[in-house]
Design a protein around this ligand. Sequence first.
Ligand code: C5P
Length: 423
Amino acid sequence: MPSLSCKMRIIMEQTQIKRIVLGLTGGIAAYKAAELSRLLMKQDVEVQVAMTEAACHFITPATMQALTGRPVLVNQWDAAENGMAHIDTSRAADAIVIAPATADFIAKLAHGLADDLLSTLCLARDCPLLLAPAMNRQMWANAATQRNIAQLISDGVQVLGPASGMQACGEEGMGRMLEAGELASEITAFLNSAPLSTTLTPTLSRLRERELDCLKILITAGPTYEAIDAVRGITNRSSGKMGYAVAQAALELGADVTLVSGPTSLDRPSGAKVVDVTSAAEMFEAVKQRAEDTNIFIGVAAVADYRVAQPSEQKIKKSESADKLTLELIPNPDILAYVANLPKPPFCVGFAAESENLRGFAAAKRKAKKIPLLAANLAQQAIGSDDNDLILFDDAGEHVLPHADKLTLARALLQHIIRLRKK
Ligand code: C5P
């Protein structure tokens, strides 16, 4: 539940008139922009359309002008009546929404290019930027596109979609632009919670803070240690870096973060409540106490699946007569499955580290644990390293996050969680 101060702030902001620049780039999904502008205007959002030359091949400026009642901006030289239209238009807007955003335009934005009116508007803006990508599935999955998207997300750009499904080219997969109705509700929800009219950097940093503002996030991280005797134990090579990065990224977005951490040598993320645990049983207890009072649970810890049935309080002495020592192991509780099966579970996210068949095992694990989102990585690549590759699995399919440092991946993961929760 948002706190009283959060609610008051939301109500105050809802009373302000909202203006957006709706940018169309050259893709077949441009036809959906007609319906989108109609739906936004029905909700009292003022819509100023700007189109690239390529977009005009898919839908005419006349159509958009008739629907919005405003001249459409296309050519930066025509539009520059006072020579500063690119600045003025973005200054008057509460957000710029690019729908559809092609792979080419996304690449331009990621690199700060400004060679036409729309890209210039985006670069000169001091308001939030939202993108609705639309492209062929291979173009979406291409490492270059994913790199560009990750860059834009880390710059504070909001990415809406894409969805998975049948594509105009006849192929099926990720890359379809969200439907006009879905986009309209995402955009109005965003406008009703976004701060208005500040300079670029504060806007973006405040936006980042606010996206998880008022939300409690519980994260497990690191390995667990299962005692064999007073000095020996079973553990794994997890460093805790990914879980700590997720905690850091959630703090940046304003979340109230509790980090239940197995033994690691990492610095504590400042601002997080850290609960130190050693064994899986302790981690389970710490999570159980907090899980019902959390909005999002992210199980990043590499929890030992088994523990020693009867650990010895004293150091076990080497026996000269016995030629082998047998340890009896019993299963640990599955913490993530416990949380996911609570009567009112928080939004649950799991991690899977696999050494083979990553996609197959990860998709099956998400189904078995009944969780909306699972992040999968290769154990040999992920454990202990500073960089990683992640593939996210959700109801819409898989989303490949490009190779990056763990904090960048954690930020992209949280943006994905925010998008899924809005749905
Ligand atoms: O089943 P597997 O251990 O591969 O699942 C990994 C996911 O489940 C991780 O998110 C991990 O934190 C969580 N997990 C758990 N409790 C366990 C085992 C795994 O929370 N006992």
